[in-house]
Structure formats: structure tokens, C-alpha cells
Design a protein around this ligand. Structure first.
Ligand SMILES: Cc1cc2nc3c(=O)[nH]c(=O)nc-3n(C[C@H](O)[C@H](O)[C@H](O)COP(=O)(O)OP(=O)(O)OC[C@H]3O[C@@H](n4cnc5c(N)ncnc54)[C@H](O)[C@@H]3O)c2cc1C
Length: 284
């Protein structure tokens, strides 16, 4: 299938991109193109113009300095190659390693994944679990949006149509903080049928804080607050982990031709228990 015709712009700076977005209300920005181009070929998206971000070097890269800042155009492959990042937040490697295939990881970007807000994106759950925030720039200047406020609904974020997502920031962590991600991948695409990301703060064997998020099962990535509550302040023994995993089931869950609502609900519970155990094992 061929997309409908469109104009093509290739700005060299964030400022130029923002000006082009303002001047072309029916345009879309192009990052890795792994979600947008298929949608255009199916004519589910028919933008009048594409604003290609690939020449804007300022949107790429990872800096680790207390907090971690990741440029929106940083690819999954770059996330995987960054040893400092992987050592600190293992969840990022866990997730990036299993996104699609090698071509998707080479071109797909963290910013594109988050802005697209596919209900089965791996990284929407990851940035929720990490308590990250995103920075967006538009005609009225720059603002930050907490991950907790970012995902509004299916393919819908709090980003305004004239805003460009520029970077993702993961706050600095103190103490023993461990993370993990696990998914049941769709056998054809690799997308998570269900994916669970967790970040736990440990004081000895006690979980003093927990952030756990699900993707794939609901219309948008969502915190598993009941599981977090069941875990927080508890010595993480087998019974506590089982209770947290069971608490994760109380969500409105979607079913489809591949995986029924009941099957996904079961996966949410199994994978929640699994990531909690994986994360805790990393504390020792
Ligand atoms: C075969 C295949 C398998 C895949 N498997 C997985 C998988 O297992 N897990 C997974 O999570 N994903 C998977 N994906 C999706 C992949 O991760 C996409 O790359 C990602 O969802 C979108 O990132 P992108 O950089 O390609 O964005 P694009 O496709 O270029 O853009 C997506 C949308 O976001 C907007 N956008 C992009 N960047 C910005 C920005 N900086 N600011 C504002 N808006 C922006 C675009 O305008 C567009 O609407 C798969 C894709 C394919 C083709």
C-alpha cells in the first residue's frame, strides 16, 4: 500500500521543528517511523506533511548525572549500548532487548514510542515504573509532564498537537533501588500481550517503596497501585509477593482475538509476581 502524498521537511534544530509544527497544523513529526509509516501505508494516518526529526542531533543521547536524561530521538539500540544506563536501571535493558526485532530496535525511538502511546508499547510501562517525566516544547515554550499524567487513553497522551517531546528524565534514586521488566510477547510482532515493569526500593528484605506498571492489558499503560500497596512496607517473602501478584488482577482488562480478557488477567498476575522476584533477586 502507498501512503497519500505529503510534503516533507527536514529541520536541523528543535526551534526550526517547532516553527514548522506551528505552520503546518496537519503535519506529523517523523521519528523512527516504525509506527507512523505503517499507519500511513494503511491510510490510518494521512498527514499533509512530515517533519523529520532525524537531523536534529540535540534530540539524541543519554546523560547520567544523578538523574538520567534521554533525548527523545534515542533509539532502543542506543539504550542497549549504554552500559552506565543499563547498570543503573536494568529495566531499560530488559525492555529494550525485546522490542520487536533488530530493525525496529535500530530505528525506533524512545520518544516516538512514548508519544505514540500504543496500548502495547513496552516503554510506556517502563517510564511509569521509573517515575520519569517528559519535557515538551511548543509555541508557548517548554513544560514538563509527569509520566503519571502523560498517558490519557488509547494512542492519546497529554502532549498537545503542536508540542514536540524533547527528552525523558528519570529522577535520581537513593538507597538500594532495583528494577525489572517481563513480558509475554506476541509471537508475530514481539509487542507485549502483557508487560510488567517494576522499580522497588529495598531496606534489607523490606520493600520501602514500589512502582509497578502494566502495558498490553489495558487501554493505556497503568500503575498497579493495589500490588504496590500490598508490597510496600512488607518483608518481601513468598506470601507477600503472591498477595501483590493477586492484587494486580483487579483491573479493567481488554481481550482480543489473540488473548482473551481472562488469559490477560492471568498473565498480569503471573508476570507481576515474576518481576517482583527478579527485581528483589537483583538487590542481593
Ligand atoms: C514489526 C514491528 C514490531 C514492533 N514491536 C514492538 C514491541 O515489541 N514493543 C514496542 O514497544 N514497540 C514495538 N514496535 C513499535 C516501535 O517500538 C516503534 O518504533 C515505536 O512505537 C514508535 O517509535 P518511532 O520512533 O518509530 O516513532 P514514529 O513511528 O516515527 O512516530 C510515532 C508517533 O509518535 C509521534 N512522535 C514521534 N516522535 C515524537 C516526538 N519527539 N514528539 C512528539 N511526537 C512524536 C509521531 O508523529 C507519530 O504520531 C514495533 C514496530 C514494528 C514495525
Amino acid at each position: 500500500m502507498f501512503p497519500s502524498s505529503f510534503a516533507y521537511h527536514r529541520p536541523a534544530s528543535v526551534e526550526e521543528a517547532v516553527a514548522l509544527i506551528g505552520a503546518n497544523p496537519d503535519a506529523k513529526v517523523l521519528a523512527g517511523g516504525h509506527s507512523l509509516i505503517p499507519a500511513m501505508k494503511l491510510r490510518l494516518a494521512m498527514p499533509e506533511a512530515l517533519i523529520d526529526l532525524n537531523r536534529i542531533d540535540a534530540l539524541r543521547g543519554i546523560s547520567v548525572n544523578g538523574e538520567v536524561t534521554i533525548g527523545a530521538m534515542t533509539t532502543y539500540a542506543q539504550l542497549l549500548d549504554d552500559a552506565g544506563l543499563g547498570g543503573r536501571f536494568t529495566v531499560i535493558h530488559d525492555a529494550a532487548d525485546h522490542v520487536g526485532d533488530v530493525q525496529v530496535r535500530a530505528r525506533g525511538t524512545l520518544g516516538g514510542s512514548i508519544a505514540h502511546a500504543d496500548p502495547a508499547s513496552d516503554f510506556t510501562a517502563v517510564i511509569l515504573a521509573l517515575g520519569a517525566r517528559v519535557t515538551a516544547i511548543g509555541p508557548e515554550g517548554e513544560r514538563t509532564i509527569e509520566a503519571d499524567d502523560l498517558f490519557v487513553d488509547l494512542f492519546t497522551t497529554a502532549l498537545r498537537p503542536d508540542e514536540l517531546l524533547t527528552r525523558i528524565t528519570i529522577p535520581a534514586v537513593a538507597g538500594t533501588v532495583v528494577t525489572a521488566y517481563a513480558k509475554h510477547a506476541h509471537p508475530a510482532s514481539g509487542y507485549p500481550v502483557v508487560g510488567i515493569a517494576a522499580m522497588l526500593t529495598m531496606e534489607g528484605s523490606t520493600v520501602s517503596a514500589a512502582r509497578i506498571a502494566v502495558t498490553g492489558a489495558t487501554s493505556k499503560a497503568t500503575r498497579l497501585t493495589a500490588a504496590e500497596t500490598a508490597l510496600t512496607g512488607q518483608a518481601a517473602d513468598a506470601a507477600v509477593i503472591d498477595r501483590a501478584a493477586a492484587a494486580a488482577e483487579g483491573l479493567e482488562i481488554n481481550g482480543d482475538a489473540y488473548a482473551s480478557e481472562e488469559y490477560r488477567r492471568h498473565l498480569v498476575s503471573v508476570l507481576t509476581g515474576r518481576v517482583i522476584r527478579q527485581a528483589i533477586a537483583r538487590a542481593t
